[in-house]
Design a protein around this ligand. Structure first.
Ligand SMILES: Nc1nc2c(ncn2[C@@H]2O[C@H](COP(=O)(O)OP(=O)(O)OP(=O)(O)O)[C@@H](O)[C@H]2O)c(=O)[nH]1
Ligand SMILES: [Mg+2]
Length: 299
């Protein structure tokens, strides 16, 4: 809510941060506490109803930016069963950059690890089955490296804890090819993440021992190049990432595994430094809306 605080003779308009509830003066571009952009807090305040955050998490390179950009694009096209409207021009940046890159047969750039560089999204999503039930998705496009650092050193990026704490549901992404070829590394990250999440929700929940009720959609990305994950995501996860599956079973009451992919075919090229470059020749998204649809059914 926008309110006015008085201090001596000067009166400065204040707003509460949509992410951490810190009271901030309107002249700030970012929340000084958690770095959430002011335009997000203003868009949320102007809607009146408290938003339900939905956060995308996963290691660097898991495919978060590509997934989020393609998800927003599909939502804005009103494709069944979900449709979504971005709230504020800032919400279009991730979608636009991802779609522009894919049209040029490239992938978007890696997300920078500094919190003030992240693009935020605020999108109202409704289901064609139940159009009156609207979910406000508010999420930054987080950098995997920042998430990894936060898991190692809590509060190195306070915004991550704030958005997770506010989230009504989580989309957790892992690279299926990496899980197949180097499951141990992907699984170690997953185990750290699950215990971090359990700590956040336990700390804010009423009962210490109960399983966390926040639903998790666990998405095995890039399944266009990992048919094993596409065939049976749950079985694949149990074989390649057993620590993740056990962690979910122990700490979370509602979770489900999905497989996604956006590439129909791709070519391998070399960039200016001689590094291998994947070029998506043909975009054919699958498994993008299903994880969100399932999450919405759980709320
Ligand atoms: N084959 C295939 N490759 C993908 C897909 N999505 C992403 N990639 C590849 O994975 C890379 C990383 O994707 P990003 O979306 O940038 O990953 P991220 O999780 O946002 O990574 P950070 O920004 O570092 O946190 C891309 O540059 C592509 O090479 C997919 O659906 N299929
Ligand atoms: Mg990214």
């Amino acid at each position: 809510m926008i309110k006015t605080a008085s201090s001596g003779e000067t009166r400065e308009a204040q707003i509460s941060c949509a992410c951490c509830d810190h009271s901030i003066a309107l002249r700030h571009l970012f929340c000084p506490n958690c770095h959430a952009p002011m335009e997000v807090s203003q868009a949320v305040a102007s809607r009146g109803a408290p938003p339900r955050f939905l956060t995308l998490l996963g290691p660097s390179g898991a495919g978060k930016t590509v997934f989020l950009g393609v998800l927003l694009d599909m939502l804005s096209k009103g494709s069944r069963p979900l449709r979504g409207l971005p709230n504020g021009p800032f919400s279009l940046a991730v979608q636009q950059e991802t779609i522009d890159a894919l049209q040029k047969q490239r992938f978007p750039e890696k997300t920078p690890s500094e919190a003030d560089q992240w693009r935020w999204v605020h999108c109202e999503v409704s289901s064609t089955k139940r159009p009156k039930r609207v979910l406000d998705i508010v999420t930054p496009d987080l950098a995997g490296e920042a998430i990894a650092l936060e898991l190692e050193h809590e509060n190195s990026h306070p915004v991550i804890r704030s958005v997770i704490g506010k989230s009504a549901g989580l989309l957790v992404l892992f690279d299926s090819g990496r899980a197949r070829d180097d499951g141990r590394t992907e699984d170690l990250f997953a185990m750290k993440l699950i215990s971090y999440l359990a700590n956040v929700y336990r700390a804010s929940g009423p009962l210490q021992r109960r399983k966390c009720s926040v639903p998790l959609s666990i998405i095995l990305t890039k399944s266009d190049s990992c048919p094993e994950a596409l065939r049976n995501p749950e079985e694949f996860a149990a074989a390649a990432m057993p620590g993740l599956v056990q962690g979910c079973r122990r700490h979370f009451a509602h979770y489900r595994f999905f497989a996604s992919g956006i590439v129909g075919s791709y070519a391998l090229g070399l960039d200016g430094y001689g590094r291998r470059l994947h070029m998506p020749l043909h975009v054919e998204p699958h498994g993008i809306l299903e994880p969100l649809e399932w999450l919405m059914e759980q709320l």
